[in-house]
Design a binder for this molecule. Structure first.
Ligand SMILES: [Zn+2]
Length: 97
């Protein structure tokens, strides 16, 4: 039987549940840190050759999936970045700025 990845509640077959998929991609704005000549670019590429491809890939793209019960899905959507301070229940209409 499936379980909520957040609170551990059992999610029987046919019950309402939500799959949250988070895609994290590096935001490339088209600007390289060093816009030097071709020699610099080649040196830069050589430094990449020494990097473990797996870890370099995780820096650029990551995806994670979570199965959530309805309550945890609502809680996640209310504060997806976990910015709400603990011990301070979110008021109606969200936080004041
Ligand atoms: Zn849950």
């Amino acid at each position: 039987m499936s379980q909520c990845d957040r609170c551990g509640a059992e999610l029987p077959p046919g019950s309402l549940k939500y799959l949250i998929t988070i895609h994290v991609t590096a935001d490339f704005d088209g600007v390289l840190p060093d816009q030097g000549d071709m020699d610099d670019l080649e040196a830069f590429m050589r430094t990449l050759d020494g990097v473990d491809p797996g870890s370099a890939g995780r820096d650029v793209y990551q995806a994670q999936g979570f199965l959530l019960c309805p309550a945890c899905k609502a809680s996640f959507l209310a504060d997806p970045l976990g910015r709400a301070r603990t011990g301070e229940p979110p008021g109606p209409g969200g936080r004041m700025h």
